[in-house]
Design a binder for this molecule. Sequence first.
Ligand code: NAD
Ligand code: TYD
Length: 353
Amino acid sequence: MTMKNLMVTGGCGFIGTNFIYHLLEKPDFRGRIINVDKLTYAGNPENLAGLEEKYPGRYVFQKADICGADTIKTIFSKYEVDAICHFAAESHVDRSIKRPEDFIFTNIIGTFNLLEIAKTHKDRFLLFHHISTDEVYGSLGPEGLFTEETPYRPNSPYSASKAASDHLVRAYHETFGLPTTISNCSNNYGPYQFPEKLIPLVIMNAVEWKSLPVYGDGKNVWDWLYVTDHCEAIWTIMQSGERGQTYNIGGASEMENIIIVEMICDILDELIPSPERRSRRDLITYVQDRPGHDRRYAIDFTKLNRSLGWRPQESFQTGLRKTIQWYLANRTWSERIKTGEYQQWLQEHYGQA
Ligand code: NAD
Ligand code: TYD
């Protein structure tokens, strides 16, 4: 199967950016990427600046909302799109609690819209790969792992909207024979993650000796995967995954939030010690819990491992250190987001803030 014109939605976000870099360097991908992104607060086109020149004819950017049927239809025809890797979403649980509407529009209606347009091009369409989350399965007790057979029990508006989109993708395969694959992945971390999520937020606050907010008792357990491992898993599934199937992706790295925050403090104390030998652990502040906070996520990725041979390459210790080093080496990236300079740049280039 040769994908010639791959539409990547949400390519200016955290995982999409990493995926585009990853794919353009792959010897087994010679096609063109059409990055379709609305540039919400989480989309940063500066992440991919210079790619059009570096990879002539292999990368184009189209600012567009996946909910806009006419625009997406035009892009489909103009670029003869034959495959989609669908990342675009509202992705932050806390925002979904405060303002769920955008999650319903983008995550559900936007996905429906892409599926409908892909369906009308079924003659040439090779694959709709849908990126989803392990959060659709709900919360685990102290034991057990999510498998692909675990019933869906989403608890936040975010995970409920992702669950709805997963069901739609599955239905378009079963009903219309659209070639689809779905991946449900645990929490990612690594370069370019928007600094409202736990790991980049704590790194940036700890660098500046600001308080480090830990929700509830800090003992919620998430499974963590380094973003490049996720990108490789996605590409493996896109190439060789069975159409109509779902694959779980996990990092085999279950961690309590408080342990992660302490690890970040200790690595930063080592890399940038305080002259007074203070420990950044003193900055940890327990704050009010997230409503409906899931207690534990853990992933069984045996299916992906056995059928396609994928497993994570990065350990949490090495991945976290690399991530901290990236944020330290790219402080202007985060500064521009924090100070609003980046919003100004968006305004100048795309007429929006
Ligand atoms: P992100 O919030 O960093 O990026 C989302 C991107 O989508 C942004 O560039 C944004 O501008 C774009 N976007 C939002 N609404 C859009 C719309 N209506 N039309 C076009 N573009 C739009 O998200 P992320 O962390 O990179 O997550 C990407 C995908 O992976 C999401 O589908 C998410 O549910 C899934 N996922 C994320 C994680 C994680 O830990 N971050 C884990 C598992 C699955
Ligand atoms: P987060 O990074 O927001 O990811 P998700 O959207 O998948 O929940 O949160 C990861 C975990 O960290 C989650 O258990 C909530 C917790 N958390 C904190 O304790 N403090 C924080 O400031 C944030 C943002 C998250």
